[in-house]
Design a protein. Structure first.
Lengths: 441, 441
């Protein structure tokens, strides 16, 4: 995707909070979500983050604030309580609306459209969010070779990587109904686990509760059953990206998953961040595909010059843990790890192409997860089972002089993501946050 | 579930085709689906099968044909193009509507309601169907120990059964978007396969295409995230059952599925039969739970007296194959195998309870599959990979003097199911049918 004037790092907004250093939401970002005033009975509707405010897309649609036929049609599709209709419209519509908002927000803009937009603003501190689409199906991939090796070592020390990893963007179907918005607490799941050497499993609360640092991406127009999307067209079907926490009950998962994969070990909760950062906003941060030259090269249907040249995305990611003790003592959450999405073995375009190659149909609003994002060094691991080497080593929480091998009740896990580099505007994803409540059962 | 007057085998209908020996749809059945006139642009609406006709539920709702507040509310919920609202209402509503229809259909019934129902009838030969609910999530179980042993022998000859099988109703998340209605043809999927001894996989059309004989069941009210459904309440959340064919690309599946389970090997197509036979209609055919005394007994959360006494369902099942040659020569499809659902190792109540035990939420209209249903003898296997011992033995098609090891282009696989025993009315499921078209790619 080529850069255009909406990527110009020098453009500023008349909204001062959008120009604040370190903001996730400058005028160059403009991510989409669904919101209403916190605690109200308002209907949810589409919104776009700018600085510390949310643009109410339903309000500006009613007010006729945006101009241009494509942008008008697009903003009207954002007035409902999910973004599916907007995502169905495809890249031209997405771009038209983002550009129209950019033009209304930049310094010096004026007129009735600007006034209507200004009147629609709601402070982010006063809103609550919903999962931004009606997710038809949710799929989770497994595309970090470092994560695959780290986890593989726990289960198969001599042969950590399965032979298919370097050939297939591996994935499994996840549970759409239990995808929740950031801020939703969940109960530690009950389930079966088999202790090493035991002759029978035990039913009880999960004892090896974990998070997984992932990114998610939302499907745009999609495809009909039986009609694959080729790699070269894959990104036309990706609206944008978010943060995703694939909470995992490792004891339940490892007991149940042979031979058909994870089920209850994953389906009790998956958390997404409220804002979808568009692929257009991410354009300055595209990087070459990381597939190493000394690894098997992709089969032809998973290979293209565009994918090689800029299939990757350089998103900085971090995981923080906020225990009860942090909150009680007013101490900032401890950082558990940090890495970048640029290290992923397969690109999001390859994931989407692979998903459809057998004919499976993707629908507007579907959610795809990247799988745990672990970087090349041990400190860059995206799950605590990796940091604690399968629960055999303490992971320090220096802020409260404590440690973890797995998550405890009251722990809140916070994922953050952002992009920055010289000459480009810093843009961010906000955060994904979820608290572990005690088991019920 | 106790038997009532709707199960009386002696009751007959004024509609003669409902009294025909061998009909799947006597007055004691009354299964629900969604239909419209074939090739028309009518909107789909709820329907109930009786004899060789379909009762148009939208028409009888408009006409005020049913009486009783509960039945009126229920039939109104069936007027739309999916049964989700009706399934949300729960067993009392389901029963009220089935009983109201029974009363209108029985011999001797008369009055304006009967006249309106009669006027609503559409011949089954003139209708087309849609998947009867908007499926939020589709889950497929793996609960036949005979299937698990048969398939396990292909992959792990010395140790065919994984250690969790006798403790957990194993399942994986399937793909909801590619669930299609009986009669929908699909293309042989493209994908990756790794030949034995090869150093790299090959991309191409599936060479080991299979069917799986399964039953499906649809979720009623469901549960909130974090609130499991106990085993003793599980059947209040099951509306009814259907036939389900979990088409499988074995070469793609076996290459991709380690460690996260089947994905492209399954998600290109899943076929369901049009009619949902209600749990109430199946009440005469409930049988003791088949869990053998010499196997590990279920953990407490998967055990109840009711489940032991009548957790099973005795549904007769068969698989037939109709090749192009059968059609060209006017020869009836060959029967590949036959068995009963009574042999399943876990019950549908146990499957549903297990699905929610970690807190996962089920929603009205969700579809759960039982996994391949293979009986105790080799001739009762529910997939061709079992009948052909992993593609090493011919499976005869005597009608056309041919054989198969896997499916060929032009093959149509037909699943049928019915219940019969002395003293009870025979009821049937109709059929699930799908044709393999050549690969595109």
């Amino acid at each position: 995707m080529e850069l255009n004037h909406t990527h110009d790092a020098n453009t500023r907004s008349w909204l001062e909070s959008a120009n604040a250093p370190g903001t996730d939401f400058p005028i160059q970002n403009l991510p989409f979500g669904v919101f209403r005033r916190k605690g109200s009975s308002e209907t949810f509707r589409g919104g776009v983050a700018i600085g510390d405010q949310v643009i109410d897309l339903a309000a500006i649609a009613r007010a006729g604030a945006v101009s241009g036929a494509a942008a008008v049609k697009a903003v009207n599709a954002c007035a409902g309580d999910a973004l599916n209709d907007f995502l169905t419209m495809g890249p031209a519509a997405w771009r038209a609306l983002r550009h129209a908002l950019f033009d209304l927000l930049k310094t010096g803009a004026s007129g009735p459209g600007v006034n209507a937009l200004r009147a629609s603003l709601v402070p982010q501190a006063e809103v609550e969010h919903r999962v931004p689409t009606r997710i038809g199906d949710y799929t989770d991939f497994y595309t970090s070779i470092h994560h695959a090796r780290n986890v593989g070592r726990v289960i198969r020390p001599d042969d950590p990587l399965t032979p298919n990893f370097q050939w297939i963007p591996i994935a499994y179907h996840g549970r759409a109904s239990s995808v929740v918005i950031s801020g939703t607490a969940f109960h530690r799941p009950m389930g079966q686990a088999m202790a090493p050497g035991a002759s029978a499993p035990v039913y009880g609360p999960c004892r090896r509760l974990d998070y997984e640092l992932e990114m998610g991406f939302y499907v745009g127009p999609g495809n009909a059953l039986g009609t694959p999307i080729p790699l070269t067209e894959a990104e036309d079907h990706i609206f944008g990206m978010c943060l995703l926490n694939d909470w995992s009950a490792r004891d339940h998962q490892f007991w149940e998953m042979n031979p058909l994969g994870p089920f209850l070990g994953k389906n009790f909760c998956t958390t997404v961040s409220p804002w979808i950062v568009t692929m257009e906003a991410l354009a300055p941060y595209r990087v070459p595909f990381a597939h190493p030259a000394d690894e098997p090269q992709p089969l032809a249907y998973l290979d293209s010059p565009g994918n090689s040249a800029q299939g990757g995305v350089d998103v900085q990611l971090e995981v923080r843990l906020e225990a009860r003790a942090h909150r009680e003592r007013g101490i900032a959450p401890d950082r558990l790890s940090a890495t970048s999405f640029r290290h992923q073995y397969w690109t999001i375009a390859q994931m989407l192409a692979q998903h459809t190659v057998g004919g499976c149909n993707l629908q507007p609003g579907d959610l795809l997860g990247t799988g745990t994002i672990s970087g090349p060094t041990p400190a860059e691991a995206g799950a605590i089972v990796e940091l604690s080497a399968g629960g055999t080593r303490d992971v320090p929480l220096p802020g409260i002089n404590a440690q973890r091998r797995f998550l405890e009740d009251g722990d809140t896990v916070i994922l953050r993501g952002w992009c920055e580099k010289p000459g480009a505007a810093r843009i961010g994803f906000g955060e994904s946050r979820g608290e572990v409540l005690p088991a019920v059962g």
